[in-house]
Write a protein that binds this ligand. Structure first.
Ligand code: C5P
Length: 283
């Protein structure tokens, strides 16, 4: 039997860094949303082996124990005493080290797929709990729908999001290291988006209020190191995007646009400027 699960990319409509914890992680308050730029994870049982074998169409992902997909499979096998092996194919579409949680979403899709393959009957909440052991964004990615996410990333409260704008994702040619960006956070100077107001605006489908309250505490930190991100933001704003923000720790910038024609126009105009551009829908 073979199971395929979609692994959508995420963006942060809001990301507030509240404090640094004693375990080295940061306490966060976020509104996360998924977009229809997805990897696909396919799992197939290997009856004559107990190994986890990874394959991918991408040369950017490690096909070994460092991969979040491998960690997810190893965790499930160990926790539920599963002897049989599994072949996992990672069909990669989401750029890596981009601030779009591609690796975390792949791990989450692996958890969902193996839950079906091995008929474990685990709920999304139980899969999200396992996901915590793999990475901070994995619990959100298990749900893969708009949510308020707090703590290190482990508390996920799905919220209703009826307004689904077009999203233009612009990924500069360099990657960013998330630990490196968090290391440079100065809690005394970072900005703090109002996540309560943003959540209420999303739930009430108040488009203008959502656009006014988007914000990311990490943006200035990454911008300081990579001025190209500011240029991309200015370009998107000048072309009439409804709102523009960096996602996660970056470097991907997203523009929201509620008019399809305008979204296509903005997308075409940025292509000469940056060659990794995606026009997608919020899920
Ligand atoms: O959990 P994950 O391994 O994805 O996190 C990568 C790094 O990002 C952590 O090692 C930490 O430096 C930083 N991080 C953080 N606070 C969070 C999530 C991640 O400081 N809530």
């Amino acid at each position: 039997m073979e199971i395929t699960e979609k692994a959508p990319a995420k963006i942060n409509l809001g990301l507030d860094v509240i404090s640094k914890r004693t375990d080295g992680y940061h306490e966060l308050d976020m509104i996360m949303a998924s977009v229809d730029l997805s990897d696909r994870i396919t799992v197939r049982e290997l009856p004559d082996s107990s190994d986890i074998k990874l394959q991918s169409n991408s040369s950017f992902v490690p096909l070994n124990k460092k991969n979040h997909v491998y960690k997810a499979a190893a965790l499930i096998k160990k926790r539920f005493h599963i002897e049989t092996g599994v072949a996992i194919y990672i069909d990669k579409k989401i750029p890596v080290a981009a601030g779009l949680a591609g690796g975390s979403s792949d791990a989450a899709a692996t958890l969902r797929a193996l839950n079906q393959l091995w008929q474990l009957g685990l709920s999304l909440a139980e899969l999200a709990k396992l996901g915590e052991e793999i990475g901070s964004d994995v619990p959100y990615c298990v749900y893969g729908q708009t949510a308020r996410v707090t703590g290190r990333g482990e508390h996920v409260k799905p919220i209703t999001n009826t307004k689904k704008p077009w999203v233009i994702l612009v990924k500069p040619a360099f990657g960013v290291s998330t630990p490196d960006i968090f290391r440079h956070v100065d809690l005394a100077t970072i900005t703090h988006p109002d996540i309560d107001t943003l959540e209420a605006a999303v739930v009430n489908a108040d488009v203008d209020k959502v656009l006014q309250n988007l914000g990311n505490s990490l943006e200035d930190v990454t911008l300081d190191k990579h001025p190209l991100i500011s240029k991309i933001k200015s370009h998107l704003t000048a072309r009439g995007a409804d709102a523009v923000l960096m996602s996660g720790s970056g470097p991907t910038v997203f523009a929201l646009c509620h008019q399809e024609k305008k979204a296509h126009r903005i997308c075409d105009s940025i292509k000469g400027f940056c060659n990794e551009v995606y026009l997608v829908r919020m899920l």
